[in-house]
Write a protein that binds this ligand. Structure first.
Ligand SMILES: Cc1cc2nc3c(=O)[nH]c(=O)nc-3n(C[C@H](O)[C@H](O)[C@H](O)COP(=O)(O)OP(=O)(O)OC[C@H]3O[C@@H](n4cnc5c(N)ncnc54)[C@H](O)[C@@H]3O)c2cc1C
Length: 411
C-alpha cells in the first residue's frame, strides 16, 4: 500500500462500512487516498431481504453479492481478514493473520452479534442473521419434515420484535399448513418500537396464519424436544417443540468491549460525538449498530436505515476534515418502517402514510432494490426478477409450497 497517500481504513463491510466506502470512492479527491475495506466475510448481506430466501422469492446471490464483484470497478481495496484488535493510540489495526494496518482515518463499522441467552439449552437455539443461519435452518427443516410426518411440526420463535414477527410470518407461509408456530416475548406487546398501525397489521397477519403469541412470557429452559415457559411470572408450562429460534437481543463483539482508551456505554457501544467521531480520537469514526452518540436525547434504533444515513455523513465529514473545514452533526431522519408479513404481504408506514398487503410487498421490494449497493447489482437483480416473472407466466407455476421448493445450497 502506498503510504504517501492518506490511509482510510473501514472496519467491517456491512451497511455502515460498505456504504461509507462507496460514498468515499465517489469523491474526486479519492484517488489521493487508499480506501481499504476490511471484512471477514466474502459477501455483503442485505439483511432486510434475508427472509425472502426462506420462501425463495429471491436468491442468495441477489441479496448477498460478493465484495469482489461489488467493488470491481471502484478504487476501494478489499481486505478479507478478521480484525482482532485496534490500537487507537498508535493508529493501527491488528488482523487475525498477524498483519497490521496503519491508518490516518478509521471507521469502526463491525456491527453486533447475537446475545446468547443465559438459560439451560441455549446452545440448541437457531439464529436468523446470516446466510449460514439460513443454510442451517433449511437443513433442519428438511430433516424435521421427513421425521415429523404425519405429526405436526412445532416451532417456537423467541422475540416479537421485527425479526421475530417477520420470521414467523414467512415460516408460516413456507411450511405445511399444519405446522404450529408460537411467538414468545417477555414484553407486553409485539413490535413495541413500532406504530399502532404497524402493530395492528402484524397482528392481523399473525392471526391469519394461526401463529400463537405468548406475551409477558419468559423462556426458562430449552431441550431438543421441549421449551419451558413461565407465563406472567407464575405459571410454568413445558411444551413440545422441534425447533426454537432466538431473535431476542444483540451485544457487542468482545474485542470491541475490550477496546482500551475508548469510551463506551454499559452495553459496550462505542460512544461518539454528534459528528460520529470517537470522543478522544477525532480521526476515528464509529457507525451503525456498534455506536451510540454520547448524551443524545434520542436513542437511535439498530437499523440499516440509521447506518446508511450515517455512512453518508461520515464520508462528508472525512472530506471536511481533509479540507480543514468544520464537521457536521448527525441528524437522523426516520423515513418509516417496512416489514414483510409473509409471502407477498407487507406493511409500510412512512410519516403518516400506511400501506398493507400485496402492494406494500411490491413497494417494499422495490425500495430495497433501489437501496442495493451498486447500479450494476441493482440492474442484475431487477433483470433476474423480470426473467423469473416472465417464466412464471409462461409456465403457470402453482403457488410456492414447501414441497416444491428445491434447496439451493447457499454459496
Ligand atoms: C434478519 C435481519 C433483518 C433486518 N431487517 C432490517 C430492516 O428491514 N430494516 C433495517 O433498517 N434494518 C434491518 N436489520 C438491521 C440491520 O441489518 C443492521 O442494523 C445493520 O446491518 C447495521 O449495520 P452495521 O454496519 O452497523 O453492521 P453490519 O451490517 O452487521 O455489518 C458489520 C460487518 O462487520 C463485519 N465484522 C464483524 N466483526 C468483524 C471482525 N472482527 N473482522 C472483520 N469484519 C468483521 C461483519 O462480518 C459484517 O459484515 C435487520 C437485521 C437482520 C439480522
Amino acid at each position: 500500500m502506498n503510504r504517501d497517500k492518506t490511509q482510510i481504513c473501514i472496519l467491517g463491510g456491512g451497511f455502515g462500512g460498505l456504504y461509507t466506502a462507496l460514498y468515499l470512492s465517489k469523491f474526486s479527491w479519492s484517488h489521493k487516498c487508499n480506501i481499504v475495506l476490511i471484512e471477514q466475510k466474502d459477501r455483503f448481506l442485505f439483511t432486510p431481504l434475508l427472509y425472502e430466501l426462506l420462501t425463495q422469492e429471491l436468491k442468495p446471490q441477489e441479496i448477498a453479492p460478493s465484495y469482489q464483484k461489488l467493488l470491481r470497478h471502484t478504487k476501494i481495496q478489499f481486505c478479507q481478514n478478521k480484525i482482532v484488535k485496534v490500537d487507537l493510540k498508535n493508529q493501527n489495526i491488528e488482523l487475525a493473520t498477524g498483519d497490521r494496518l496503519l491508518y490516518d482515518y478509521a471507521i469502526v463499522a463491525v456491527g453486533n452479534k447475537n446475545r446468547v441467552p443465559q438459560i439451560p439449552g441455549s446452545d440448541l437455539v437457531y439464529n436468523f442473521r446470516t446466510l449460514a443461519d439460513v443454510e442451517l435452518i433449511e437443513a433442519k427443516i428438511e430433516l424435521l419434515l421427513q421425521s415429523c410426518q404425519p405429526r405436526k411440526l412445532q416451532i417456537a420463535i423467541v422475540g416479537t420484535g421485527a425479526n421475530g414477527i417477520e420470521l414467523a410470518c414467512k415460516l408460516a407461509d413456507r411450511l405445511p399448513k399444519n405446522a404450529k408456530i408460537r411467538a414468545v416475548d417477555r414484553s407486553s406487546a409485539i413490535l413495541k418500537d413500532f406504530s399502532p398501525q404497524v402493530r395492528s397489521a402484524a397482528d392481523r397477519a399473525l392471526k391469519k396464519r394461526n401463529i400463537k403469541v405468548d406475551l409477558e412470557t419468559e423462556v426458562a429452559k430449552i431441550t431438543s424436544q421441549s421449551i419451558t415457559l413461565i407465563y406472567q411470572s407464575n405459571q410454568t408450562v413445558t411444551l413440545p417443540v422441534d425447533l426454537v429460534f432466538w431473535t431476542g437481543g444483540i451485544e457487542s463483539h468482545q474485542w470491541i468491549a475490550d477496546l482500551s482508551h475508548c469510551k463506551q456505554n454499559a452495553t459496550g457501544k462505542i460512544l461518539t460525538l454528534p459528528t460520529l467521531q470517537l470522543i478522544d480520537y477525532p480521526e476515528v469514526f464509529a457507525i451503525g449498530d456498534v455506536a451510540k452518540i454520547y448524551n443524545s436525547e434520542r436513542s437511535l434504533p439498530a437499523t440499516a436505515q440509521v447506518a446508511y444515513q450515517q455512512a453518508n455523513l461520515i464520508a462528508t465529514n472525512i472530506q471536511a476534515s481533509l479540507k480543514g473545514k468544520s464537521l457536521k452533526s448527525f441528524q437522523y431522519l426516520h423515513l418509516g418502517d417496512m416489514l414483510t408479513l409473509g409471502n407477498g404481504a407487507a406493511v409500510i408506514s412512512s410519516f403518516s402514510f400506511v400501506l398493507e398487503g400485496y402492494l406494500a410487498a411490491i413497494v417494499r421490494q422495490l425500495v430495497y432494490i433501489q437501496r442495493l449497493p451498486t447500479n450494476r447489482h441493482r440492474f442484475q437483480v431487477v433483470k433476474n426478477i423480470l426473467i423469473r416473472g416472465i417464466k412464471g407466466i409462461f409456465n403457470c407455476k402453482p403457488k410456492l409450497k414447501y414441497s416444491n421448493i428445491k434447496h439451493n445450497k447457499i454459496k
